[in-house]
Design a binder for this molecule. Sequence first.
Ligand SMILES: [Zn+2]
Length: 264
Amino acid sequence: MFDSNDVKIAKLGEKVLRKKAKKVKDIKNEKTQEIIKIMIETLKKSNGVGLAAPQISISKQIMIISSRPNARYPNAPVMEDLVLINPKIIKTSKGKSKDWEGCLSIPGIRAKVPRYNKIVVSYKNIDNEKKTIVFKDFIARIFQHEFDHLIGLVYIDRVESNKDIISEEVYLKKFIGKPMSNIAKLAKILKEELIPELDENLEEIMNIIDSGDCSKDDRDELKYLEEMKAYFDEVELDIQNNNLSEEDALDILEVLEEMRLDKE
Ligand SMILES: [Zn+2]
């Protein structure tokens, strides 16, 4: 049929985004399965967390939720791709929360949108089986966003105030921040992982040695751990005193990564 390389995301202003999508009657039909395949490929390429068929100009009630951290949504939780066909909202929570959304069909902006915290949904899966599912929080938000695409709405229709709309560039700067520097990464790994782990191992080996029942290997291990500890302390001190360059930090991170792989 067609290739996901040829697929263009429909953008705001195109009629297909304002139409009510049609129910899919022939789920196991080859054409429907092809559409789903193309949607999954398109979503993977575009760093989105969800996609509705109208967004690839197909006015049918098909959506995909695919949450995992990526450049556009660094804090997204990880879940398996979920294809929902002919979805219906059965029940919603009373409570709503406002949080940021973006849309592949409306590039360049983000906005705060109120959505139900919890939602019960029925749908058909790709094998034409009827399913019921409960979505919460971020995943419930993705569902409601994609569901809107199936009824001719987009997320900015739900925004309470124009002041809740900001440019994507500002959003990324403000809320996601710059990528962490090597020095910051190293400091974090030392403090949160390596030093606590090392202290634990040291305590363990000290207990063995204190018990009097220790081998030469134990003593060698203790010596090795103490050397590591001294080295980590030195690196930490260098970080605190600004004596470490970004390049040095990267070198150390690479050595640590190799050691970690050796251990595994
Ligand atoms: Zn969207």
